[in-house]
Design a protein around this ligand. Structure first.
Ligand code: SF4
Length: 345
């Protein structure tokens, strides 16, 4: 591997690390703060110490591209009805037992026949397919932050938006760099207890709450939140109410919240798929708490996927699954009562 790295432009020297004791390197990109010995990868696998230098082997190596509806990210208040060029890499900095993308997030890069694509080539692909945005998604883009920065910088020059679909588990300093050119983010708030976070994701709730607060109050990034409800794990009304109260108090009433259905996968195959009624009850609780825009996902539920005017209750954006059927937002306002609808339209 060392020879390969020395003789190849394939692998890029990482940002956000420093030498540690015993010949190890300390990666400071995410709150896991891995101490990585020579020849070893960090927890996310794609950041590796070779000869005392930290490399990001995910840089320039997507696992494949897709053109998705933006509603699939999910983002319901950001260029609704548009398409988005989407990709991820191998690896992940979380260890979710219920990962719905585990075939890539838990894979090593050489197991995936990853592609090679420069930052310029990714942006050119978006231009070629006329997608107004690029999403870093499927695995957690935090771990390929250097690639995110380079692509989103070029994309901005081309008037193409950049989107993070992330768990929000990122270091306070590194996030200032990674989000510099980002326009929107969907952040997974995977549950509202530290017990769930540590037991099921090997990460910590408070770091994610901190990222959400920072994004909302110290950046111009448009944010939406997704909570995947898993039967018996994070779907109690009490926990959902606490989450909604926190969002209302700390982020305000206009951050869209998506409750989505879990399907049994990876190391959590003993649970049933989330019943639609659980999602509908969670949405009701969130709206009664005072959140204006609450959605359900991964189930067919037209009402739970419709954007309503929070003032006159007019149906503004009607969706069926990821398809926009009608859009009655005009210049960012309700077509009926002219109330401003928060988002990027
Ligand atoms: S980004 Fe990867 S290597 Fe760095 S601290 Fe997080 S899990 Fe460890």
């Amino acid at each position: 591997m060392n020879d390969q790295l020395e003789n190849s432009s394939d692998y890029t020297i990482a940002k956000w690390w420093k030498p540690d004791t015993g010949g190890k390197l300390l990666c400071t990109l995410c709150p896991r703060y891995c101490k990585i010995g020579d020849g070893q990868p960090g927890f996310c696998y794609i950041r590796q110490n070779h000869g005392g230098i930290l490399y990001t082997i995910g840089y320039g190596h997507p696992t494949g591209f897709a053109i998705d509806p933006i509603e699939k990210k999910p983002l319901n208040h950001f260029l609704p009805g548009s398409t988005v060029l989407s990709f991820g890499t191998a690896g992940c900095n979380l260890g979710c037992k219920f990962c719905q993308n585990w075939s890539t997030s838990k894979a090593k890069i050489d197991e995936l026949n990853s592609l090679t694509a420069s930052s310029e080539e990714v942006v050119k692909l978006a231009i070629k397919h006329s997608t107004p945005s690029i999403a870093f998604t499927y695995n957690d883009p935090t771990i390929f932050g250097e690639y995110v920065i380079d692509i989103s910088k070029i994309a901005k020059e081309e008037n193409i938006k950049s989107i993070m679909v992330t768990a929000g588990y990122i270091d306070k300093e590194a996030r200032k760099d990674v989000y510099k050119y980002i326009d929107a983010a969907n952040v997974d708030l995977k549950a509202f207890t530290e017990n769930f976070y540590w037991k099921n994701t090997s990460s910590h709730l408070q770091d994610v709450l901190d990222t959400l607060t920072w994004l909302k109050h110290e950046t111009d990034v448009w944010i939406e939140i997704t909570t995947l409800l898993i039967p018996g794990e994070n779907d109690s009304q009490e926990e959902i109410k606490k989450e909604c109260d926190w969002i209302l108090k700390n982020l305000g009433d206009s951050v869209p919240l998506h409750f989505t259905a879990f399907h049994p996968d990876f190391k959590m195959r003993d649970k049933e798929m989330t019943p639609a009624k659980t999602l509908i009850a969670a949405r009701k609780t969130a709206m009664e708490t005072g959140l204006k825009y609450v959605y359900v996902g991964n189930v067919h539920n037209v009402e739970g996927q419709t954007t309503y005017c929070p003032n006159c209750k007019e149906k503004l954006i009607k969706r069926n699954w990821h398809t926009v059927i009608a859009d009655n937002i005009i210049n960012g306002r309700c077509s009926n009562c002219k109330t401003v609808i928060e988002g990027v339209f």
